[in-house]
Design a protein around this ligand. Structure first.
Ligand SMILES: Nc1ncnc2c1ncn2[C@@H]1O[C@H](COP(=O)(O)OP(=O)(O)OP(=O)(O)O)[C@@H](O)[C@H]1O
Length: 612
């Protein structure tokens, strides 16, 4: 079931080697271009405005060569000094106008591109969040992190710098080449002598630099992954004495990144030398044609001078356009990796079936069925083995078992956090689409209850954005969180790192209040409050019961008092269900459950927290 999800189809050239088979896809050039055009196309008027500014700036830039040519003519023809001064004034005014217009166009384009990139980044981030955990782990967290950080940075740099410069250069080339052709088409033809060298050098460069930069980014992503692993598990690495091995792995990943970096540098150096040679050939050709034509009297000295100056004026922008392909390639490589993430959005934009969504809207009681479900976190080590179970509408099942017996993994499977390797999870007979369990009405309250920075009301409205204040108050009362209402600011009290930090039990209450507001059809509770005091435990059990309401419930019972009051108890051992039945029946059986129960009651009594 997971295989089609986990291995999106890609063309061979998107996957140059086997190592990349596990990574997220990288969009091909056409898809990347299409995405870029589609996103920029959403701002047509701004784009037209920017283009108009660039053209105006380029036209102003033409004034200098033309007026300089006129000055040469005025001097050679001994014209009055006023002509020279007027031309000089014109050059100054045109220069100022060109700089101001160019600057405006540059800033406007950069802002436009930045906001398009911000949208893309948001989308890539949202998509990454929606990708099932197993797939993300296979892709490598380093790969994902480097895409939404390193690649965004590379593209962001290009968007803020090289891309507007590149665009300005492009406009300058087109307008100046046009000016050259208008002056005399023969000058334009003479300038074209350099073009074959430039085209060949650019094609050579493009063919090599794209793959070279993609490989470089992959190697850098791998190095990031190794570093992230060291930083996130630093303590484990040090305490288990594995630091030397990890240092070696980081060193190897860094060394692996050197060869692609060197290759990219070599490609660029060769390209630059070819460009310089082409410019020399082109200028010599324009000068020779100018000398020939002016000596034969076909063109004026002024025109020949202007032509040489116009061609000279092309050096910079041509150099920018061709050489900045380098930075643009790097940015495109980053962009194609970002677009690659976005391109899997549809694949992972899981939707619950229409029937499931309708049932959740109507809150009709649900039947949850697990059919022969098996699941392994790591290959070959099943955490859940061939589990079959039916939770009838409104039934409350407690899942118990020793630590590591597979309870949380089972909860994750029901809630769509994990995808079964075999078997099916069904809601009213229909498979629960991985990633769409919440939409189908399955809600998981995990062991890690988080309080988000914001007000209590913000925290509660995560479950029901439109809930009125009265519903928030009622939900808080239902789970015994009246303490919130007694605070001076009530539900407007700020919680989280910059406000009130509730205890774990109070955080649990807030999580349960969210459940009351969300009113799921199936509730999966995997809470971590086994060692709480007896009074608090009773209060929490009451809150849990109220939160469950008439939903079908799977409660991972860390306190066996939760098993005692459940309709049915399921006992897990080494990933399998080994016993199943009401509390009293299982006790009478004197099997695994009875042993767990006696151990639990003895422990809680000696802890001074007797069961109720
Ligand atoms: N993210 C993970 N990666 C690899 N193995 C895991 C992961 N999570 C759990 N396991 C393994 O899967 C098995 C079942 O673990 P699980 O957490 O589901 O058990 P549990 O009964 O919920 O334990 P506890 O009561 O301690 O939470 C264990 O062998 C555990 O080591």
């Amino acid at each position: 079931m997971s295989t089609t999800q986990d291995h999106p189809s890609t063309t061979p050239d998107q996957r140059p080697d086997a190592d990349e088979a596990l990574l997220l896809p990288i969009a091909d050039a056409r898809t990347t271009r299409r995405q870029a055009v589609r996103r920029l196309g959403r701002r047509p008027f701004a784009l037209l405005g920017v283009a108009a500014l660039f053209v105006a700036a380029s036209v102003c830039g033409l004034a200098a060569p033309a007026l300089l040519g006129r000055i040469v003519e005025a001097v050679t023809e001994n014209e009055p000094g006023g002509v020279v001064f007027a031309c000089a004034g014109g050059i100054l005014a045109a220069g100022i106008a060109a700089a101001a217009l160019g600057r405006l166009a540059h800033a406007w384009l950069a802002r436009l591109l930045q906001s398009a990139l911000a949208e893309l980044r948001e989308e890539a981030f949202r998509t990454a969040m929606g990708i099932p955990q197993a797939r993300l782990e296979k892709a490598g967290v380093g790969d994902v992190v480097s895409r939404v950080s390193g690649d965004v940075e590379a593209v962001g740099e290009a968007v803020g710098g090289v891309l507007p410069v590149f665009t300005a250069a492009g406009f300058t080339i087109v307008v100046t080449a046009g000016g050259l052709a208008v002056l005399d088409p023969r000058f334009a033809l003479a300038a074209l002598v350099a073009a074959p060298v430039q085209v060949l050098a650019t094609r050579w460069f493009l063919r090599r630099s794209g793959p070279a930069y993609r490989r470089l980014r992959i190697a850098e992503g791998h190095r990031t992954g190794e570093l992230v692993e060291v930083f996130t598990s630093e303590e484990t690495i040090v305490t288990t004495g594995r630091s030397a091995r990890h240092a070696q792995r980081v060193a190897r990943a860094s060394e692996d990144a050197i060869a692609p970096a060197l290759r990219a540098t070599r490609i660029m150096a060769t390209f630059w030398n070819s460009l310089n040679a082409a410019e020399l050939v082109g200028l010599a050709s324009v000068l020779a044609v100018g000398a020939l034509l002016s000596s034969s009297g076909t063109v004026t000295v002024s025109a020949a001078t202007t032509a040489a100056l116009l061609y000279f004026r092309l050096f910079d922008p041509i150099g920018v356009v061709l050489s900045e392909f380098d930075a643009l390639q790097r940015a495109t490589a980053g962009l194609s990796r970002l677009v690659g993430v976005v391109s899997v959005a549809d694949r992972y934009a899981a939707r619950a079936t229409e029937a499931q969504r309708a049932a959740q809207r109507a809150r009709t009681p649900a039947r949850l069925t697990l059919e022969n479900v098996s699941f392994a976190h790591a290959p070959g080590r099943l955490a859940v083995t061939e589990v079959s179970l039916t939770v009838h509408p409104g039934e409350r099942i407690a899942v118990v078992g020793a630590s590591g017996s597979g309870k949380s993994s089972l909860a994750g499977l029901v809630a769509g956090i994990h995808t079964p390797d075999a078997g099916r999870v069904l809601l009213d007979g229909e498979p629960v689409v991985p990633g769409a369990a919440a939409e189908a009405g399955v809600l998981l309250v995990t062991q890690e209850v988080r309080v988000f920075a914001g007000t209590v009301a913000d925290n509660l409205r995560l479950a029901a954005p439109d809930a009125p204040d009265a519903d928030l108050d009622a939900a808080l009362r239902a789970v015994g969180a009246d303490w919130v209402l007694d605070l001076p600011d009530g539900t407007a009290t700020r919680v989280g790192p910059d406000g009130l930090e509730p205890s774990s039990e109070r955080a649990q209450q807030l999580a349960l209040a969210r459940v009351v507001l969300a009113r799921p059809r199936v509730l999966v509770l995997d809470e971590a409050t086994a060692e709480t005091g007896a009074r608090a435990a009773r209060a929490l059990d009451r809150a849990t019961a109220n939160a469950i309401g008439d939903a079908s419930a799977l409660v991972i019972a860390h306190r066996l008092t939760q098993a005692e009051t459940a309709d049915r108890v399921v006992v897990m051992d080494h990933g399998r269900i080994v016993e199943e039945g009401p509390h009293a029946d299982l006790l009478a059986k004197r099997g695994t459950y009875a042993r767990l129960w006696h151990a639990w009651t003895a422990r809680t009594t000696t802890n001074g927290a007797p069961v109720a």
